[in-house]
Ligand binder design. Structure first.
Ligand SMILES: [Zn+2]
Length: 349
């Protein structure tokens, strides 16, 4: 608390004092225009690089943004515009425009708030202890303007195990932008019949950094495999991949997609019958959509029947149960794999 004491003594006449003294919680954004004194990081004070007076913040932010960013407000769960948002790009600070998070680290936590397992860069955000409301939490603020963003919890996915639980109102999404100096990553989602096959095929490709199997395109929230198998949830079995577009292009992934299944077969691939096995591409950008449409146009002459592949924007990806992940790698001798997946992989060679 030394810093605060010194600060209180030395800038006794400034607005900062009022704010610090009034703040009973641990959550205090640095609304400190005129406070030129350096504040050290940690212990609930940060050095804000963008400083505005309270009046300036009120003028530049929408009321809900002001409430969250400057008054440490929390938007109701499932109410913000980004908790179910799936674009490719950067989530910038709604207060100052700093790049805070990226779509490549966003995941669906089911909490009703946008969730990320890592910030865009290690110095994008600052973490502070927050003991307000009788809880011991770690608050996350924008490193540039000190605006309150949300909290970080230790129950996130690998590789960090962290869940940055952020208010939509604190964020402004910028499609297509990627943080400089970072490796480019794109997401693609394909439904080509049984997802064990689709996963096995894409996992074998250079430039594909991760493949997860799951469900997309239906109405049921958090569906189980059992529900999917009824064909009534509306979801398709899909493989969602992260890939490095500098190594393998989306067009090349599409070439593989057409090869490993029959895009003219409606709701059926071989012995697998049902809408969950439909041919589907869930695009993550307008560029992907255009590439798919172009490919279908070019390919149609090669087929006698019309291509029935469903082309729709990506929606929530529900990761399938653990035993479905890496199914072929873990069960290479299972009858299904030998009969269906091995020939598909051979076809690609
Ligand atoms: Zn900011």
């Amino acid at each position: 608390m030394k810093t605060i004491t010194v600060l209180l003594a030395s800038v006794a006449m400034m607005a900062t004092v009022v704010l610090l003294a009034a703040g009973t919680s641990g959550c205090r954004p640095a609304a400190n225009a005129g406070a030129e004194k350096e504040q050290s990081q940690g212990d609930n004070t940060i050095e804000a690089k963008v400083r505005k007076t309270d009046v300036e913040w009120r003028e530049s932010l929408a009321p809900e943004q002001y409430r969250v960013l400057r008054e440490c407000g929390t938007e109701p769960a499932f109410s913000g515009k980004y908790y179910d948002h799936h674009g490719t790009g950067v989530y910038a600070c709604a207060g100052c425009g700093a790049e805070l998070f990226r779509s490549t680290e966003k995941y669906d936590s089911g909490s009703g708030w946008p969730s990320f397992w890592d910030p865009a860069a290690s110095d994008s955000v600052v973490e502070k202890k927050d003991n307000s409301h009788g809880m011991h939490r770690t608050e996350v603020v924008c490193a540039r303007c000190g605006g309150h963003l949300g909290h970080v919890f230790p129950d996130g996915p690998k590789p960090t195990g962290l869940r940055y639980c952020i208010n939509s109102a604190a964020l402004a999404f910028q499609a297509g932008a990627v943080a400089p100096g970072e490796k480019r990553q794109e997401t693609a989602t394909f439904g080509a019949g049984c997802f064990w096959c689709t996963e096995a095929v894409y996992e074998s490709l250079d430039g594909v950094t991760s493949v997860k199997v799951g469900y997309m395109g239906g109405a049921t929230k958090n569906p189980t495999y059992k529900e999917i198998c009824t064909g009534r949830t509306g979801h398709a079995e899909v493989a969602q991949l992260e890939f490095d577009p500098d190594t393998i292009t989306f067009e090349e992934l599409l070439d593989v997609f057409w090869k490993v299944h029959d895009p003219t077969s409606l709701n059926r691939q071989g012995a697998d019958v049902g809408t969950q096995y439909r041919s589907a591409i869930f695009y993550h950008s307008e560029e992907q959509k255009a590439a798919v449409e172009k490919a279908i146009k070019a390919l149609q002459n090669k087929y006698e029947k019309p291509i029935v592949t469903e082309v729709t924007p990506a929606s929530t990806f529900y990761e399938a149960e653990n035993y479905h992940q890496d199914y072929f790698a873990n069960n290479p001798d299972a009858p299904y794999c030998r009969a269906v997946i091995v020939p598909k992989l051979k076809k690609l060679e």
